[in-house]
Design a protein around this ligand. Structure first.
Ligand code: ADP
Ligand code: MG
Length: 241
């Protein structure tokens, strides 16, 4: 059916901020059921690219096609219902709502008539291993759990693609391990295409099937972790600073 024909393609995307070239001619695809890593030094253009993909910061050149539609032409509030979910670099939860309520708000947004959005929210919480915390106020959770809650909320919108901007930021090693397990589960069970921006190179190398490397707005490498790890241009970008 239509659901196995989803696609997300970045085609020659460039973005300028007045004089500054934040992105130049970036092209790659996020593939369903795989984890694509997006890495690069600070200021490389990673967040700008995530925002370009979501249609928040439209490209100055090139385009992003979501199931064949240019995301810059889709109203921003319609992007999630078109199958493109995201989390943010900074946590954005309803702090005074319970864990379950946070996710139910999202499930409500996509529930059909007669559908039980509370059950759908519980299912999303189960994916991130948080069913047991459903009644807790979101603000009472440890940091790592708050970040997993954000992922559950994004999942409740039933995305085909999920963009995660620095999901492990601020996590301790145990929280990072739990996050990796969750993302692997999502990849395996849900056929969602994940795009993960992350500073933590070890996490990226462990988790990703495919890696895209940005430096100063340009894509300097693309490939599986074992290629990226040994790529002289990548090593130079990280060490030659
Ligand atoms: P990264 O996420 O890889 O650290 P960013 O995408 O945030 O990099 O930034 C890339 C470059 O674009 C940086 O030089 C940054 O200062 C610049 N930039 C990002 N957003 C804006 C903006 N809204 N206005 C002006 N410059 C920006
Ligand atoms: Mg960033």
């Amino acid at each position: 059916g239509a659901t196995d024909q989803v696609s997300l393609t970045v085609e020659g995307v460039g973005r300028r901020f007045s004089g500054l070239v934040a992105l130049e001619d970036v092209s790659f695809s996020v593939r369903p059921g795989l984890v694509t890593g997006l890495i690069g030094p600070n200021g490389a253009g990673k967040s700008t690219l995530i925002n370009a993909i979501c249609g928040i910061v439209p490209p100055s050149s090139g385009r992003v096609l979501l199931n064949g539609t240019d995301t810059a032409l889709v109203p921003v509030h319609e992007i999630p219902s078109r199958g493109l979910g995201r989390t943010f670099q900074n946590i954005r939860l309803f702090r005074n709502l319970s864990v379950l309520e946070n996710v139910t708000v999202a499930a409500d947004a996509v529930a059909g008539p007669g559908e039980d959005s509370r059950a759908a929210a519980m299912a999303a919480l189960a994916v991130v291993g948080m069913q047991g915390l459903a009644a807790r106020p979101a603000s009472s959770l440890p940091y790592g759990a708050q970040r997993r809650l954000e992922i559950a909320r994004a999942l409740a919108l039933r995305p085909s693609f999920l963009l995660l901007d620095e999901p492990a930021a601020g996590m301790n090693p145990a929280e990072t391990d739990a996050l990796i397990a969750v993302l692997r589960q999502i990849r395996a069970d849900h056929r969602i295409g994940l795009l993960v921006v992350e500073h933590d190179l070890k996490l990226i190398m462990r988790l990703c099937d495919h890696i895209v490397v940005l430096n100063k707005g340009q894509m300097i490498a693309e490939g599986p972790p074992e290629h990226i790890r040994a790529d002289p241009a990548v090593i130079e970008a990280y060490i030659g600073k």
